[in-house]
Design a protein around this ligand. Structure first.
Ligand SMILES: NC(=O)C1=CN([C@@H]2O[C@H](COP(=O)(O)OP(=O)(O)OC[C@H]3O[C@@H](n4cnc5c(N)ncnc54)[C@H](O)[C@@H]3O)[C@@H](O)[C@H]2O)C=CC1
Ligand SMILES: CC(=O)C(=O)O
Ligand SMILES: [Mg+2]
Length: 601
């Protein structure tokens, strides 16, 4: 099941091709085209197109090639880096975000080419950690809308509103209600930055056509008093809707989307825990949707946990013997626990009840046991019976649990920066593992449970380390480096979305998600794993996504759910070999290059 294969190292930097891409129909002319980032080529419009589209005289006469436009942009970006040198991280990051965002607003083809070719450098700006800062400062940064906003005041109108979106077809939607943005809490309407950033990753990693993506903010109010008091706040100034009132808004939105684009995939993102689980249960058998924080995160964490077993030089079946402490019993932590327990049970043949014995769950009130009152129903199955705890009591602290359990893995999804303090990290030196693993998965960087430097300094140089937001590798002296992995759901959600889309399945099953995780787990070579490298470099993300997408597609075919997509039917899918499926997925990835524009009245 867990085959180890090596795929082409990088899909980066495709050459600037000379083949002429297929033409693209445009319903506009003249200045309207220049103001539409989907079609705009700025100074790149050739003369024939300037004539055909009524652009003559609206642009400076010299025609600049795509390559030259790209070089100009990168050179402005490098100048900005030089000019902001020495300023605070916040100023530098926001300046970088602004210059990228301006390009995004102006010319999407050039923007996505720059993003794809520099993904390692730009992902931390358009995605975590800078996207968190952007959300926090959204009202001040706001210049023009991106995506759609459905608010509680739109009740009864959503079925017609959805037709206000100008694109005829939408394939991928990322939806948030802004209630738990990264580890930053309730940011209300300002959370729209997250769907925008996630969909940028969809375009860059999965090659979803940017004309077919739709970021959505469902504004049902906010409980963030600071925002409610802020006169610049752009969202509804009311407390969040609760209960049936809340669900009726989400129901109406989901029906509206489904009515216009029945095949679109909807990714739920950064919902507070109660609604994350409730909406997943409510919609997963009715619509083609998934919750990235619960399901995408689980798959990435499981791949990393299995990599950790391999890094210890042990067979994968030893996963069933690993003691794992999970700090954070929210949507992400419980998602990981659910998937990990299922994997243990599957791999060892034991019941899920038996499989749970190796996991220890800690939340803000400490170790979760059956003695806890008012425990969230989603956490109940993982509460420990105090009889099995050999001295650990309900509510035991992280340090108490780590000292007693001596876990192989300490995994944080608490949203609390620094909870893996010096004492906790030092206690990991007593781990029963020769290569203990520390996963500080909370985002953004400030909310990571510990820094990479602290982890290697305090827990020892033999650890395996992963964080949700990027850290530099750690210099261990004598030319040695402590490798920092980025355990982030970005390695899976683009492939889950793309594979599901191409399968034409009506819903996303556990089997499809498991296939995604297994594919990621088997991506790394033994040699990399021995160096503590659990995940591929983000430079390879397009390749990873093609593999993951194909794995999801094959799982849908195996389950008899694949109905096909865009003229490729279920029979054709069934007859594809494994390699054909990967090529089929790859062949469906959009790549940014200027296509000839043809005006259609
Ligand atoms: N790396 C990745 O791919 C992902 C990372 N995350 C990150 O995980 C974090 C949590 O996300 P959710 O589970 O959705 O949030 P959540 O709000 O649903 O859950 C947070 C959990 O942490 C617990 N907690 C809070 N303070 C604690 C403390 N001092 N000690 C121990 N536990 C504590 C809470 O009781 C709760 O169980 C966020 O920072 C988010 O950015 C989430 C999804 C993916
Ligand atoms: C990565 C992600 O989805 C989160 O931190 O919520
Ligand atoms: Mg998230």
């Amino acid at each position: 099941m867990w085959k180890v294969t090596r795929f082409a190292a990088s899909s980066r930097s495709r050459l600037f091709s000379t083949a002429i891409p297929a033409p693209c129909m445009v319903h506009k002319r003249g200045a309207d085209i220049l103001h539409d980032p989907w079609f705009n080529k700025d100074t790149g419009f050739p003369l024939t197109e300037r004539d055909r589209l009524g652009l003559r005289g609206l642009l400076p006469p010299r025609i600049i090639s795509f390559q030259e436009q790209y070089d100009r942009f990168m050179s402005s970006y490098r100048s900005l880096e030089k000019n902001t040198h020495g300023q605070s991280d916040k100023i530098v990051s926001l300046s970088k975000w602004r210059i990228l965002n301006r390009l995004h607003d102006r010319n999407e083809t050039l923007y996505y080419r720059a993003l794809i070719d520099n993904i390692k450098e730009f992902a931390p700006i358009i995605y975590t950690p800078t996207v968190g800062l952007v959300c926090q400062n959204y009202c001040g940064l706001y210049r023009r809308p991106r995506g759609m906003y459905f608010s509680a005041k739109d009740k009864g109108e959503m079925m017609s509103m959805i037709y206000n979106w100008p694109a005829p077809q939408v394939d991928m939607i990322v939806l948030t209600d802004g209630s738990r943005i990264l580890g930053l809490g309730d940011l209300g309407v300002q959370g729209i930055g997250i769907p925008v950033g996630k969909l940028d990753m969809y375009v860059a990693a999965a090659g979803i056509n940017p004309q077919r993506i739709l970021p959505i903010m469902l504004d049902v109010g906010t409980n963030n008093q600071k925002l409610l008091d802020d006169r610049l706040y752009l969202g509804l100034r009311q407390p969040r809707l609760e209960g049936e009132e809340y669900l009726s808004i989400v129901d109406e939105f989901m029906e509206a989307v489904h009515a216009r684009w029945p095949k679109a995939i909807v990714q739920f993102e950064d919902f507070q825990m109660k609604w994350a689980f409730e909406t997943l249960k409510r919609y997963r058998h009715k619509f083609c949707m998934f919750n990235d924080d619960i399901q995408g995160t689980a798959g990435v964490a499981l791949a990393g946990l299995l990599g950790t077993v391999r890094a210890q030089g042990r067979p994968l079946s030893d996963f069933a013997k690993q003691k794992i402490v999970i700090v954070g019993a929210g949507s992400a932590g419980l998602g990981v626990l659910n998937m990990a327990v299922q994997a243990v049970s599957r791999m060892s043949g034991c019941s899920e009840t038996a499989a749970k014995s190796q996991f220890f769950l800690i939340d803000k009130n400490g170790l979760v046991t059956t003695e806890r009152s008012n425990l969230d129903p989603a956490a109940v199955p993982f509460a420990k019976n105090p009889r099995d705890l050999e001295g650990l009591a309900e509510g035991a602290s992280i340090i108490e649990v780590v000292k007693k359990v001596k876990p192989h893995v300490l995994l944080g999804l608490s949203g609390v920066g620094g909870v893996f303090n010096e004492q906790v990290l030092k206690a990991m030196r007593e781990s029963v593992s020769t290569k203990p693993a520390i996963f500080a998965m909370s985002n953004p960087t400030m909310n990571a449970e510990c820094t990479a430097i602290d982890a290697f300094n305090h827990a020892g140089e033999n650890i395996v380390f992963a964080s949700g937001s990027p850290f530099e590798n750690v210099d261990l002296g004598n030319g040695r480096a402590g490798h920092v992995n980025q355990a982030n759901n970005m390695y899976l959600f683009p492939g889950i979305g793309l594979g599901s889309l191409l399968s034409g399945a009506h819903h996303i099953t556990d089997g499809m998600l498991q296939a995604a995780s297994e594919c990621l787990a088997s991506y790394m070579t033994e040699e990399d794993i021995q160096k503590g490298i659990l995940y591929p470099s983000i430079d390879c993300i397009r390749n990873v996504t093609a593999e993951v997408g194909a794995a999801v597609l094959r799982a849908a075919i195996a389950e008899g759910l694949a109905e096909g997509h865009g003229g490729v039917g279920s029979k054709e899918l069934e007859h594809m070999s494994e390699d054909d499926t990967v090529e089929y997925v790859r062949g469906n990835m959009w790549y940014p290059e200027y296509c000839p524009l043809v005006h259609e009245k």
